[in-house]
Design a protein. Structure first.
Length: 221
């Protein structure tokens, strides 16, 4: 029985490791927009079988990070200005409402979870793409769940890969008036102060500046 369990669990863990590395490579730009993903090359780079690579590529397609183009095979999905605008519009609508409702409804337990998520996010700034992806996801997960916006959170999760690509793009700039980390801290502070209007406003400030930076960087692409 134990041997049977090991056989089933090992591929699952391997798939998750490969998925995390592939996702991080796309988000960070190591694999560029439009770059062809050759199965044999990926197998050699990652040290895994084609079946694992194919399964991971299917998941990344569902996340919007990879697209298939007929006989050309899978490529890294392109991210243009129009897509970026739509993503930021969706985020602004969903996140501002979630932050406001979180500020209205959060109890002591949620406040503790939010403080812990913010601390983890701050620690992840220098810990690599995967750690930052996970910490940022957790920060927003606390907010959406505390607000009771479970369907909205499902929508955000489907966009998470593309959101993270845009985040990596904008974080690399040095012309922000306020850093992305500071913007997110202000969102948390407004929620902890139980100020719905300030929480929604902090989200708007954060996303409006990020959207403008992304639009400029994607111009002509």
């Amino acid at each position: 029985m134990d041997d049977d369990l090991k056989i089933h669990e090992m591929p699952q863990r391997l798939r998750e490791m490969v998925l995390a590395r592939m996702r991080a490579a796309i988000i960070s730009g190591r694999f560029a927009s439009g770059e062809r993903l050759v199965e044999r090359t990926l197998c050699d780079q990652l040290g895994v079988s084609r079946s694992v690579v194919r399964e991971v590529i299917r998941i990344l397609e569902a996340e919007g990070l990879v697209e298939s183009a007929g006989q050309k095979g899978p490529t890294v999905a392109r991210l243009d200005r129009d897509q970026a605008r739509q993503i930021y519009d969706i985020r602004l609508l969903l996140e501002s409402h979630a932050a406001a409702d979180c500020a209205r409804m959060a109890d002591a337990g949620v406040m503790a979870d939010l403080r812990a998520a913010l601390s983890a996010l701050q620690a992840a700034q220098t810990a690599g793409e995967t750690a930052l992806f996970d910490a940022t996801t957790r920060f927003y997960e606390v907010i959406f769940h505390a607000a009771g916006h479970h369907i909205a959170w499902e929508i955000v999760q489907r966009l998470n890969g593309r959101i993270s690509r845009l985040r990596a793009l904008t974080l690399a700039t040095t012309d922000r008036h306020v850093s992305g980390q500071a913007r997110m801290s202000r969102i948390a502070e407004a929620i902890l102060a139980r100020d719905p209007d300030a929480a929604a406003g902090a989200v708007r400030d954060h996303l409006t500046e990020a959207a403008a930076i992304a639009d400029r960087l994607l111009q002509g692409k």
